[in-house]
Design a protein around this ligand. Structure first.
Ligand SMILES: Nc1ncnc2c1ncn2[C@@H]1O[C@H](COP(=O)(O)OP(=O)(O)OP(=O)(O)O)[C@@H](O)[C@H]1O
Ligand SMILES: [Mg+2]
Length: 238
């Protein structure tokens, strides 16, 4: 293994008396696609939100290269090169598509190159340009998810965090979504994606981490056939 781009170390996150994440450690290599799967309440969203600075851990570290991110604001973390596509997309229904997209530019590290990044995002998701003057609330669920990913990419992140991007989408739309993720991966963006679709994700990702009870209970290699019994026991406990 080379130099990790992101290193999560011994992370503990508590909500009152409830521990959502327990001594969680993992690393992302540059350009790697890692899946994060597991049952409801496993701590997947909490992990992404903590990386993004939206939750504070009680202990542990999140390192981007040599830089410690714990304690930094979400805005600073965005400007350092991490973008989150949150659960439920967080699209502003009454704002136009273009206005929603523009929100992503606050996370940009450099002022130049915006035109080229817009062109790339528009080629990846043509509806973002085609429907730019429409209220975003008029888009379908799949189109809103495209907009949410486009908004994250316009910040030109080094690392893209996705929280259940396929949730609520029809199977054909999910296929298109994964095609877009494959294009994003080709650009060298490191991806950490939370997904309910464990099988699809495990096949797509270089590696998938199965989380339960705030811990990683199993790691699935992308090129190995899945053992349904092993996954079931990881999900539900022995
Ligand atoms: N802001 C919060 N306040 C209190 N408890 C929380 C908060 N956020 C999450 N939790 C709790 O922490 C645990 C982990 O939640 P989390 O949302 O990270 O799970 P998840 O793996 O993303 O689940 P899902 O698949 O349902 O999205 C759950 O028990 C949840 O109820
Ligand atoms: Mg979640």
């Amino acid at each position: 293994m080379g130099e990790a781009v992101l290193q999560v170390g011994e992370l503990d996150v508590w909500f009152g008396p409830l521990q959502a994440v327990r001594k969680l450690s993992f690393a992302l290599q540059p350009g790697e696609v890692v899946g994060l799967v597991g049952p409801n309440g496993a701590g997947k969203s909490t992990t992404l939100l903590t990386i993004m600075g939206m939750n504070q851990p009680t202990s542990g570290s999140v390192r981007l290269g040599d830089r410690e991110l714990v304690g930094l604001s979400p805005e600073t973390i965005a400007q350092l090169g991490i973008a989150l596509v949150p659960e439920g997309r967080r699209i502003y229904a009454e704002f136009t598509v273009a206005e929603n997209l523009r929100l992503g530019t606050f996370g940009r590290r450099q002022a130049d190159g915006l035109e080229a990044d817009l062109a790339w995002v528009n080629s990846l998701f043509p509806i973002v340009d085609e429907f730019r003057d429409r209220p975003a609330g008029q888009l379908s669920g799949g189109q809103q998810q495209q907009l949410a990913i486009a908004r994250a990419l316009i910040a030109r992140p080094q690392i893209l965090l996705l929280d259940e991007p396929s949730l609520g989408l029809a199977p054909t739309i999910v296929d298109g979504l994964f095609d877009a993720l494959a294009e994003i991966r080709k650009r060298g963006v490191t991806i950490l994606m939370v997904e309910q679709r464990a099988q699809l994700t495990a096949e797509f990702a270089d590696r998938s981490l199965v989380m339960r009870g705030g811990e990683i209970v199993l790691t699935l290699a992308g090129d190995e056939p899945l053992d349904p019994a092993q996954i079931a026991s990881a999900y539900f406990g022995a």
